[in-house]
Design a protein around this ligand. Structure first.
Ligand code: HEM
Length: 227
């Protein structure tokens, strides 16, 4: 009897599991691409500490190479679409898979953290829209000068409310990356056996350095060290 009951349950569970593994892989791969962009973007932005000529020349180089600019934009956009789609699908699958009984506790925890990830992800998306209007399009900037990235950053971050919004969004991004980084390490199968702790520490340390690197820019402008 029990055997029959199990074999009826199994196909649905296995199907859900396969669907979840597939979505997690898409989520992890698109997450790696976005993470790579965030690292590269920081390295580019840190050139603000080397002076106006340096960062403006870097921006001019990027804009003078349309294949690089539009290629990066296309890959970024596709990664954002895949990342958001798989996040929403995973949240649905995880609530469809929520069983009763001895699995309940772990599943409730998992869906709590994935819901937190959905909210922080949505907040980061809103930040990126504001950021594009602020630093790329210029409509949310007090004195936007096309091509003068240095001036756009300095004038933009001298506005304290804007800098605070950036710092808050960056802290949220750090939390998102830390949790996402751990999940990615699992999804892509890096954290096996004893390496789990090491990966956890690495992801945490990397995220802290990354976010502090970004936050140093508005802080340096507000402190008068840049500008
Ligand atoms: C303090 C933090 C940040 C600073 C100072 C900064 C600076 C900039 C600047 C100056 C631009 C315009 C570059 C140009 O037009 O040549 C830009 C564009 C952009 N930023 Fe940031 N950024 C920061 C954080 C972020 C974060 C955290 C993300 C992603 C989560 C991000 C995503 C983008 C994107 C997608 C663009 C548009 C790139 C393009 O034109 O194709 N930025 N950023």
């Amino acid at each position: 009897m029990e055997k029959g009951a199990l074999s009826q349950e199994e196909p649905r569970e296995v199907g859900l599991l396969h669907a979840m593994i597939g979505r997690k892989a898409i989520m992890a791969i698109s997450g790696v691409v976005l993470f790579g962009y965030v690292v590269g973007h920081l390295l580019g932005n840190l050139q603000v500490f080397l002076g106006r000529e340096r960062i403006n020349a870097y921006a001019a180089f990027l804009h003078a190479t349309p294949s690089l600019l539009w290629g990066t934009r296309a890959i970024l956009l596709a990664s954002v679409v895949f990342h958001v789609m798989s996040a929403v699908q995973l949240a649905r699958l995880s609530s469809a898979a929520r069983p009763v009984g001895y699995h309940a506790r772990g599943t409730i925890q998992a869906s709590w953290s994935s819901r937190t990830m959905l909210w922080s992800g949505a907040a980061i998306a809103l930040f990126v829209v504001y950021h594009l209007l602020h630093q790329t399009v210029g409509t949310a900037h007090p004195d936007f000068r096309p091509g003068d990235v240095y001036s756009n950053l300095v004038v933009g971050f001298r506005q304290v409310p804007s800098s605070i919004a950036y710092i808050a969004a960056l802290v949220l991004l750090g939390m998102h990356l830390r949790h996402g980084g751990w999940a990615m390490v699992f999804s892509l199968g890096f954290a096996r056996g004893g390496s789990f702790r090491g990966w956890r520490r690495f992801v945490f340390a990397f995220t802290v350095v990354l976010i502090l690197g970004y936050i140093s820019i508005p802080l340096a402008v507000m402190a008068g060290l840049v500008g």
